[in-house]
Write a protein that binds this ligand. Structure first.
Ligand SMILES: Cc1cc2nc3c(=O)[nH]c(=O)nc-3n(C[C@H](O)[C@H](O)[C@H](O)COP(=O)(O)OP(=O)(O)OC[C@H]3O[C@@H](n4cnc5c(N)ncnc54)[C@H](O)[C@@H]3O)c2cc1C
Length: 378
């Protein structure tokens, strides 16, 4: 029997675990974290490493530790060269990851790690019964679902292509990619990938974006982190309206200005070609890919087209909703308490907490907010 089981060991699960353990309210032996990877933050490291993102988009006070200036303090102690970028002190990815690893070492997360996948969650009396794919069953007084989003989005025509991969498909081996390369997408992932690939294969990379670059420092206005917009948001009782507000607040497919400049610079040098085209269909002829506007590219295609907007579809989650009659809004996402409880002692974070936390819920700041609310509920 555990006091707490956290499902998912990504940024969200780890931030919540670190906060609970550091609060002194939860002891290590009372906590279990279940995740199919062998180490914490595996998916975050794989995705950010794959596009070779040098700096995060978020500021230095967004990290997995409790004190807001912990990352800055760590950078000073380790005498990091170039730890932060720009006006908002955006941390270098290496620094962010090393700091996160040091926090997780400090709280001993690896000792409470269970490497498996959850396949069922059910209420058993006052406890949550959690089953993993290897057939083991664990009981907990409190359960946190922090499974992130792994449902990749593809364009409708994506399945017509032969040598095409979503950039976040774990089966994709970046070392084996051969040029010419077409990257489809206009957001930050596409931009990082295009810069990395154009430096690796100059003149052999195309970036196909369906819209002109949308330049914004952050993926939503920083007013959504604090009272400026959240006070009004919290007063909205209608979840359809909350969903609309989230949609409008998000600068989807946007990039910060330094990436915009880098892309333009690579284009001017002739290392990268930028094609603005709303591709609606493609066809292959003589080993060449034709997009509607008539351009021709024999190419490895990499989709940087993000994630599906719909509620995560894992079967056990759907069963849990049905069996426990958990409240969901018209968009399919959970309606939760201020404590982020979906049902008594069943907490959510990340996309699942979005209707409560607002547009920043999926981000690192969302993890910090979720951790704070969950820890306060004890
Ligand atoms: C390339 C990239 C860059 C980003 N940069 C920033 C940034 O600069 N700043 C920012 O604030 N945000 C950023 N984000 C957004 C967000 O912060 C990250 O996506 C973050 O990793 C989300 O964390 P998470 O824990 O919700 O999800 P994940 O990292 O996906 O972790 C969820 C974990 O749950 C596990 N899991 C899923 N299902 C089960 C199950 N059934 N049983 C057990 N475990 C399960 C998964 O295997 C995974 O390990 C970025 C996102 C990406 C993709």
């Amino acid at each position: 029997m555990y006091n707490w089981i956290i499902i998912g060991g990504g940024i969200h699960g780890c931030t919540i675990a670190a906060t609970l353990l550091k609060s002194g309210k939860v002891k290590k032996e009372e906590l279990l974290m279940i995740d199919p990877h062998s180490v914490p933050l595996a998916r975050w490291k794989e995705r950010t490493g794959r596009i070779q993102m040098p700096f995060l988009r978020s500021p230095s006070v967004h990290h997995i530790d409790v004190p807001p200036f912990s990352l800055e303090k760590y950078a000073k102690e380790k005498s990091y060269t170039n730890p932060f970028y720009g006006y908002y002190d955006r941390p270098a990815l290496n620094l962010f990851n090393e700091h996160a690893d040091s926090v997780l070492r400090e709280v001993g997360l690896q000792e409470v790690w269970c490497s498996s996948k959850v396949v069922n969650v059910a209420k058993e009396g006052p406890y949550w019964e959690i089953e993993t794919e290897d057939g083991r069953i664990y009981f907990a007084k409190n359960c946190v679902i922090a499974i992130g989003n792994n449902e990749l989005a593809y364009p409708d025509w994506g399945d017509k292509l032969k040598n095409a991969w979503h950039l976040f498909d774990p089966r994709l081996d970046m070392e084996k990619i051969t040029p010419p390369i077409a990257i489809v997408g206009g957001g930050i992932t596409a931009a990082h990938a295009a810069i990395t690939m154009a430096n690796r294969f100059p003149g052999k990379v195309s970036l196909i974006t369906r819209h002109p670059f949308r330049v914004h420092d952050f993926d939503s206005d920083p007013g959504w982190i604090g009272p400026k917009y959240l006070n009004g948001y919290e007063k909205v009782a209608c979840y359809r309206r909350r969903r609309r507000m989230i949609k409008e607040a998000r600068h989807r497919g946007s990039i910060p200005s330094e990436l915009h400049q880098k892309l333009n610079c690579l284009e001017k040098q002739g290392s990268l070609s930028i094609i603005q085209s709303n591709v609606t269909s493609v066809c292959w002829k003589s080993n060449a890919l034709f997009i509607t506007e008539g351009s021709m590219m024999p190419a490895t295609t990499l989709f940087a087209t993000g994630f599906q907007a719909k509620m995560p579809q894992q079967k056990w989650l759907q069963n849990l909703i049905e069996n426990e009659v958990l409240p969901c809004a018209a968009c399919g996402y959970p309606i939760v308490e201020k404590t982020l409880e979906w049902s008594s002692r069943l907490f959510v974070s990340g996309p699942l907490a979005e209707l409560e936390i607002g547009p920043g819920s999926r981000n690192i700041i969302g993890a910090r907010k979720a951790a704070e609310r969950i820890a306060k509920s004890i």
